[in-house]
Design a protein. Structure first.
Length: 131
């Protein structure tokens, strides 16, 4: 159990080799915290809807995003401000119009997965009679 930190070395384990695999999978606590913060950005339905729209349609202005998501312009602006601060989106000015785009390349596969789930064929639910 070479990966177990010293402060946990005296704890009883059942499958020590799996504990080491689990510790290796978790990795650096600071990276875990950073990933959790990134997922927290996606945990809000409005922000996720904005990101899905931008992922699929490309750069869009606040008013267009508001129409696409059903949100109000101020709510879209506030969400984009948070996403911009987190370096997830960036805005490109074209005269008086600012179009937002996703700049965090790591989110692409996750958003593609979310979008694919939305368009998947519905699977029939298996119903079993109580025994």
């Amino acid at each position: 159990m070479h990966l177990v930190p010293a402060e946990r070395a005296d704890h009883r384990t059942i499958d020590g080799h799996r504990v080491c695999e689990a510790i290796a999978a978790i990795g650096d606590p600071a990276r875990v915290r950073a990933r959790a913060e990134r997922f927290a950005l996606l945990a809000d339905p409005g922000r996720l809807a904005l990101l899905l729209a931008l992922h699929r349609a490309g750069p869009l202005a606040v008013s267009d995003l508001a129409v696409a998501t059903g949100m109000r312009d101020p709510a879209v602006s506030q969400a984009l401000r948070l996403l911009r601060t987190a370096a997830v989106v960036a805005g490109d000015r074209d005269g008086r119009v600012v179009r937002y785009r996703i700049v965090d390349e790591d989110l692409g596969p996750l958003l593609a997965h979310c979008a694919a789930d939305d368009h998947a064929e519905p699977q029939p639910h298996e119903v079993t009679a109580p025994a």
